[in-house]
Design a protein around this ligand. Structure first.
Ligand SMILES: NC(=O)c1ccc[n+]([C@@H]2O[C@H](COP(=O)([O-])OP(=O)(O)OC[C@H]3O[C@@H](n4cnc5c(N)ncnc54)[C@H](O)[C@@H]3O)[C@@H](O)[C@H]2O)c1
Length: 336
């Protein structure tokens, strides 16, 4: 087992990474109380059951899979379940699932009785390497993603690699793209693992290293006022493509979005890895429409947008570019 400490003063916690750790939950978390175990109907139900069996008094809630569950209605369902079962401030909630379940459950825990303990058991690669660390929780509201939420650090996180065995290949690659993004901008050794080995055979190593990067960034910038934005490498153009609703997963849009933000040397190393992971490296999308969405990006101002570039593997630079410059880079990168 790999134990990674997140140092955030009184909000500090551990992230445990390893195979089979879900069965160790009662030794790693305080489950000796009422526990709301939240999962979705796409996650194999035995994971939540395995957690429930280790709790003093568990209540499992299974929400529909998909982004639609990050809603005020589902939040209300979780809060009602806790209220109707007499949960008090000393009880807790555990998320067992991907980023949707984690964001939703974390937010419910942040507001029930002004905040109860929250544990996260992420079961997708994306949620293990990204959303389970950092305390960003929330729901979608008014048709806008993540509009209502809170910073709520979990009390502990278990990234059980064995839970990924049931995850479809496309979801594995989707999450690995976020790990690759961190490798490109922070860690040349991790990048070389992607380059020289078969990433799906190195999941534990890749996930642990990625979590360490995310932890370092979060420790320096808990409330996302500066450095944490560096994690948006590939996301500016990626969000533009994602907004077109072409059926791509988030990580697939990030894959396309990273390509224009690299020097040629970096691109020559990045693209073969994206191909190896079956991630898209070109796509038939409408660049004008994509850039219409980029111009509405909350990071975009009239003088331009602060964008993250990778000029050398393992490093990043942040540069202010105009939308036209960014569009030209995208055109030249030939991703569409
Ligand atoms: N809080 C943050 O910092 C942060 C960061 C990145 C993304 N997010 C959020 O995370 C969400 C995306 O997360 P995601 O990619 O994990 O998607 P997800 O939670 O929708 O999970 C993807 C699919 O995989 C299924 N699934 C989950 N675990 C499984 C398993 N072990 N085996 C088989 N199927 C499984 C789910 O049922 C779902 O259908 C978005 O809502 C996004 O906004 C949050």
């Amino acid at each position: 087992m790999n134990t990674i400490k997140v140092n955030l003063g009184e909000n500090s916690y551990n992230v445990y990474v390893g195979g089979g750790l879900i069965n160790e939950a009662k030794n790693l978390f305080n489950l000796d109380r009422k526990v709301l175990v939240v999962t979705d109907d796409g996650v194999p139900s035995e994971y939540a059951k395995q957690i429930a069996e280790q709790c003093k008094e568990a209540y499992i809630v299974t929400v529909p899979q998909g982004e639609g569950s990050k809603s005020i209605e589902t939040l209300s369902l979780l809060l009602s379940e806790m209220l109707n079962n007499g949960f008090n401030r000393n009880d807790c909630a555990v998320a067992v699932g991907g980023g949707v379940v984690g964001d939703l459950t974390g937010f419910a825990a942040s507001c029930y009785m002004r905040g109860i303990d929250f544990y996260n058991i992420p079961t997708t690669v994306l949620s293990q390497v990204d959303s389970s660390v950092g305390g960003k929780t929330g729901i979608n509201f008014g048709g806008v993603k993540n509009t209502v939420g809170a910073f709520k650090q979990p009390k502990g996180v278990i990234a059980d690699i064995n839970t990924l065995a049931s995850l479809p290949d496309r979801q594995i690659s989707n999450g690995l793209c976020e790990a690759l993004k961190m490798a490109a901008t922070f860690d040349s050794e991790l990048f070389e693992i992607f380059e020289n080995e078969i990433p799906t055979e190195q999941l534990e190593k890749i996930i642990a290293k990625s979590i360490k990067i995310k932890v370092k960034v979060v420790e320096e910038d808990e409330k996302e006022s500066g450095l944490r934005r560096v994690l948006n490498f590939g996301h500016t153009v990626g969000h533009g493509i994602e907004s077109l609703g072409l059926g791509y997963y988030h990580g697939e849009c990030v894959a396309l979005g990273m390509i224009p933000m690299c020097t040629e040397g970096v691109r020559d190393r990045l693209v073969p890895i994206l191909k190896k992971l079956n991630l898209p490296t070109e796509s038939d999308f409408d660049i004008d429409k994509a850039f219409e969405a980029v111009s509405h990006d909350k990071k975009s101002t009239s003088s331009g947008i602060n964008a993250v570039f990778c000029e050398k593997i393992g490093t990043y630079t942040v540069k202010k570019v105009t939308l036209n410059e960014l569009k030209e880079l995208t055109e030249n990168a030939k991703i569409y």
